[in-house]
Design a protein. Structure first.
Length: 321
């Protein structure tokens, strides 16, 4: 990292940051596409203290599942990593309060939102010495710590806002894509357990060439549709022939939910990240709301508890609140 001089006279005493949940894959773009939503998300409160080092004061909303050990928690571990990269780990102390507003293991980028909030907070506390692009590798390392795979399809939209494309990883190349103004997401999180590691293990290492060609065409069509705000093209492009057929097995009532969403006029429907959250992509808030409501009603009738979120695409990413 280039020499980043920190003016300690201008370091803030405290900051509070919100970072958004994300819908990774965007149905047809496994590991390369994702978008941010307005809610849910996570908050980090960060305080400057006299004793050097990084510590966690408290975590709320995690039902006691996340570690308070600063070396094992992705938020604090990534903050420590950044301070070490800046060479100031012995010159500053911070304490962190993490407030979870979203379920863990939901397929909505829970670990990403927390990590991005923490890194955005420490950067802001220090006077914003790093750009978002320079923060990105630290966010990716947080994903590696959280799930063993350093992918960026959650952290990129959480940090950059909007819809992002991961063109490549060596080096990391993140591209922001246009966001059609009427694009909405109706998200439903069924309270069933689908661990990310388990979901990834189901994915086939080899695929048929004809299926790969279909998927490439869908991804290209989706990106073209985003640039032209062509909602019909977006809808007919957002189909997954590679990942969904396998992962859908882990999500109860998946195809029934899909049928309901399409009946309500959704452009497309699929799995958010590794699941179990599902997403109805729609033109307009009303259709997204109707699709998500009908899905939730169906799950209730099946004795499956769920949470519902309806949001436009969040184009800003994290913010100081």
């Amino acid at each position: 990292m280039e020499d980043k001089r920190i003016d300690f006279q201008n370091v803030k005493n405290e900051v509070r940051v919100f970072a958004p949940a994300t819908v990774a894959n965007m149905i047809c773009g496994f590991d390369i596409l994702g978008f941010a939503v307005d809610f849910p998300g996570d908050e980090v409160k960060m305080y400057r203290v006299e004793e050097p080092g990084v510590r966690i004061r408290s975590i709320e909303g995690d039902e006691g599942r996340l570690p308070l050990d600063a070396d094992r928690n992705t938020v604090s571990a990534c903050v420590k990593m950044l301070l070490e990269a800046l060479g100031i780990q012995e010159q500053i102390g911070v304490e962190i309060e993490l407030i979870k507003h979203m379920p863990i293991g939901s397929g909505l980028g829970s670990s990403s939102a927390s990590t991005v909030a923490g890194l955005f907070a420490i950067n802001n506390l220090l006077g914003d010495p790093l750009t978002k692009e320079e923060l990105m590798p630290f966010c990716v390392e947080g994903e590696r710590l959280a799930c063993g795979h350093g992918h960026a399809d959650n952290v990129a939209p959480a940090l950059m806002g909007g819809i992002t494309l991961i063109r490549g990883y060596n080096p990391l190349d993140v591209i922001k894509l246009p966001v059609p103004t009427e694009l909405y997401a109706g998200i439903v999180f069924p309270k069933v357990d689908v661990p990310t590691r388990d979901a990834r293990q189901l994915i086939k290492e080899k695929v048929l060439l004809k299926d790969a060609v279909t998927q490439w065409g869908n991804i290209a069509g989706l990106i073209a549709g985003l640039y032209d705000s062509d909602y019909d093209l977006i809808g007919r492009s957002m189909h997954d022939v590679l990942i969904e057929p396998t992962r859908a097995i882990l999500i109860p009532e998946f195809y029934e939910m899909k049928q309901l969403a399409l009946e309500e006029g959704a452009l497309s429907f699929g799995i958010s990240g590794s699941g179990p959250s599902v997403v109805a992509i729609a033109r307009g808030k009303d259709i997204a709301e109707k699709a998500a409501t009908r899905i939730q009603q169906h799950l209730t009738a099946c004795d499956i508890e769920s949470f519902k979120y309806v949001s436009a695409v969040n184009v800003d990413g994290p913010k100081v609140i």
